[in-house]
Design a protein around this ligand. Structure first.
Ligand code: BGC
Length: 743
């Protein structure tokens, strides 16, 4: 449709109709028996007419189902404006890829883009038009359950992934059958809830907000992201859903966002709970003034906006502005021409996941695995197994676990997943292997409420003892034990903050019992967040963090532990030494009393008495099956001027015997600023494959854009002075050079 046709359509719509375009409902309102307004709908406070005019629906999928709903809806909708279908497709639809934090650990944005494109294609076939992704909240506190949905603790890394994911979902044309419109979330700073407790308030300075938290949302906007979602939290005591300065001035004004802004689930009504609005009407007023276009799952807009217009509190133009944005998006998606868009029953309902999607999931998982520790135990040689020189016991609840998907994998058939046990068989590892579950994932007494089901330990003490005895027996007979342990998948994700971020006790008891009889333990660690793993770190000889790896998890794990594929991940989020350190992140600031080797036994120093200042494993860290050597840095010049760039180079050599990928990381430090500057910040990275003995020269451009920050006067500028550049394997590298920036 041409823009003037949309204007004409808007002018013909009644005020009620327009307001209902701004309502988003979930699938229960469109189920087959929803012809009559049933109990829950009554409670919700809306009637059939509003349902038939609501502009969008969330988390309903399936080509057949979506087409049925669209057909029924179009028959009843006064202007035949198609419904828009949105869903949370955060790491795949039918094929589940590694969770987003794991994708961050790949340091491979092309891979993330490919994953997003495949996810979009699968979801589009199921009738979805918009995904509530990417989630780009900066995360530094592992207690928060939603760290799994973000690509980590670093602003620059998150920006790169935000852009890649938006490009992957949206492709060249959001109107095509294969693509989805992306919705960046949760604007803003939802990743900083006080004390890591879900939905808690957020307090931060405007400078930190601008320098660290906002850039990734902006990167998504600049990549053309069609939608944005407000967050549940307050920022400096104002709920974001009613925070005009953030949503109108910064998001729309400064960042140039022209798309549709949606509230998070019920976040308009929740402004009443926050004590920021008197009632739903007041909440609706605050949200529309802030420029929120769609009300997700409350009746605040649909039942109050008309009154607000009639009372003259808001103008109808405010409504028109929002509705026009919604209509424009529907038009871009091509829904007026084809309300089903990519929905296709045949492809959507096919029995098998396409082989190329599985291959991508398998490759992506291996690229996301972070080898935290290895004293030579990994990789395991298949030869020695076959010749009977070694016996391996595979022990732990995750050996047999089908569900290795992150919590947001709602639309899958878990039966499609490959367990470690299945992968061992399928890849021909049948000799000299024994298997034992050893324990449940959760301990007796643990209870994790879920979205669809609740999780708890369903074994009796007796059964647990039996399991453990069997595992210990098998461990005793083996030369090497591979233990697959970790958090329950429901222990991370929304509503899953944890104060104690350790592996469930029942599994630690299993680990310690196995350790008593066999010290050769390699741990495969499953988690939705960095965990406190001090116990196993002291005892295990190797630890491979595999996060929630998704559909091809088992195959990828087998590929990596037997050396078929080297682990490719580097930490996108620091592994704290203990929860006492969080929030912890590499790009912190110096204090006036820095801890050094010389003053560690002095009292009044910025340190803990009982734990180190440094994390167990820092940002950017990860081993693989070879070692790399870095040359010193050479700079093309020691002076950088505003309108030019300099080049920093290193030569990286694979000094081991296996080919593997290295993530070459460049950090910059501004030595003195008008405000205190971080000790270093990631400003570039390159992932390269090196054959044994091979050397590659890696170069990075340094320009003045990279040096900018919010200065003492709140201007975003680069200040002249001395800078250090570090290039190396992780955020602690000491390989440095110095340059001066002259304006
Ligand atoms: C979450 C969002 C999600 C929405 C719709 C909310 O609870 O915070 O991230 O997109 O639900 O499912």
């Amino acid at each position: 449709m041409e823009e003037r046709d949309l204007q004409k359509l808007l002018s013909e719509m009644s005020l009620d109709e327009k307001i209902d375009q701004m309502l988003q409902l979930n699938g229960q309102f469109y189920s087959e028996d929803s012809e009559v307004v049933t109990g829950p709908m009554k409670q919700f406070g809306i009637n059939e007419k509003q349902i038939n005019q609501a502009g969008s629906v969330l988390n309903v999928t399936g080509a057949r189902n979506v087409k049925r709903i669209q057909d029924n809806y179009m028959k009843k909708n006064p202007h035949k404006i198609p419904l828009m279908f949105m869903a949370d497709i955060i790491n795949g639809y039918r094929t589940i890829f590694p969770m987003p934090l794991a994708q961050g650990c790949t340091f491979d944005t092309d891979l993330a883009k490919e994953i997003a494109a495949v996810s979009a294609r699968e979801a589009a076939r199921a009738g979805i038009h918009v995904t509530f992704s990417p989630m780009v909240d900066l995360v530094r506190d592992a207690r928060w359950g939603r760290v799994m949905e973000s690509t980590g603790e670093d602003t620059y890394l998150n920006c790169c992934f935000a852009q890649a994911m938006v490009e992957g979902y949206q492709g060249e044309d959001v109107g095509s059958k294969d693509t989805l419109a992306a919705c960046v979330k949760h604007f803003a700073a939802y990743g900083l809830p006080t004390a890591g407790r879900e939905y808690n308030n957020v307090e931060l300075s405007e400078r930190t907000l601008r320098d660290n938290y906002l850039p990734a949302y902006e990167a998504a906007v600049k990549a053309g992201c069609e939608m944005a979602m407000t967050s549940f939290n307050t920022i400096n005591l104002i709920p974001v859903t009613g925070h005009s300065y953030l949503t109108r001035d910064i998001l729309r004004g400064e960042m140039g966002f022209e798309g549709v802004l949606i509230s998070d689930w019920a976040s308009i009504a929740e402004m009443v709970n926050h004590g920021y609005a008197h009632d739903k009407k007041d909440a609706a007023y605050k949200a529309i003034v802030a420029g929120v276009d769609i009300d997700m799952m409350t009746d605040c807009y649909t039942n109050n906006l008309k009154k607000l217009v009639e009372e003259g509190q808001i103008s109808e133009e405010l409504i028109d502005e929002a509705v026009m944005r919604i209509l424009k998006l529907k038009n871009k998606l091509g829904l007026f021409e084809n309300p089903y868009k990519g929905a296709d029953e045949i492809e959507d309902e096919r029995a098998e996941i396409p082989e190329e999607h599985r291959k991508l999931a398998r490759r992506a998982a291996a690229e996301s695995f972070v080898l935290l520790k290895n004293d030579g135990l990994l990789p395991i040689s298949k030869d020695s197994l076959e010749k009977g020189h070694r016996k391996i016991a595979f022990i732990g609840p995750y050996i047999f676990e089908k569900n290795m998907n992150s919590t947001w994998s709602f639309f899958v058939n878990t039966e499609d997943n490959v367990t470690i046990e299945e992968a061992l068989k399928a890849n021909g590892y049948n000799h000299n292997i024994s298997l034992a579950k050893g324990s449940t994932i959760l301990s007796p007494g643990d209870y994790v409420p879920g979205f669809a089901y609740n999780s708890y330990c369903d074994a009796t003490e007796d059964e647990l003892n039996q399991m453990r005895l069997e595992a210990v027996r098998k461990a005793k007979e083996a030369d090497l034990v591979v233990m697959a342990l970790g958090e329950h998948r429901e222990q991370s994700g929304e509503g899953a903050s944890r104060a104690d971020i350790t592996i469930p006790k029942v599994q630690m008891e299993l680990f310690n019992a196995v350790y008593e009889v066999n010290k050769n333990i390699a741990v495969i660690l499953f988690s939705g967040r960095p965990l406190d793993i001090r116990d196993i770190n002291d005892k295990a000889r190797a630890i491979l963090e595999v996060w929630m790896p998704g559909t091809e998890g088992g195959n990828a794990i087998v590929d990596v532990i037997f050396g078929h594929t080297p682990p490719g991940g580097r930490l996108a989020m620091s592994f704290p030494y203990s929860v006492g350190q969080v929030p912890i992140f590499y790009n912190e600031f110096n204090t006036g009393r820095r801890l050094t080797q010389d003053n560690e036994r002095t009292r009044c120093i910025s340190k803990y008495l009982d734990i180190p200042n440094t994390p167990l494993y820092p940002f950017g860290y990860g081993l693989t099956y070879t070692d790399f050597q870095y040359s010193n840095i050479t700079l093309s010049s020691n002076v950088l001027k505003s309108d030019t760039a300099i080049e920093a180079r290193v030569a990286v050599t694979n000094i081991g015997n296996l080919a593997a990928k290295e993530v070459v990381q460049m950090y910059i430090q501004d030595l003195v600023g008008s405000v205190v500057r971080p000790i270093r910040e990631l400003k570039g990275f390159k992932k390269i494959l090196l054959q044994p003995g091979e050397t590659q020269v890696v170069s990075f451009e340094i320009n003045c854009e990279m040096l900018k920050f919010t200065d003492i006067n709140m201007n975003f500028v680069a200040e002249h002075g001395q800078f250090k550049v570090y290039i190396g394997q992780d955020s602690t590298t000491e390989n440095e050079a110095e340059f001066e920036f002259i304006k």
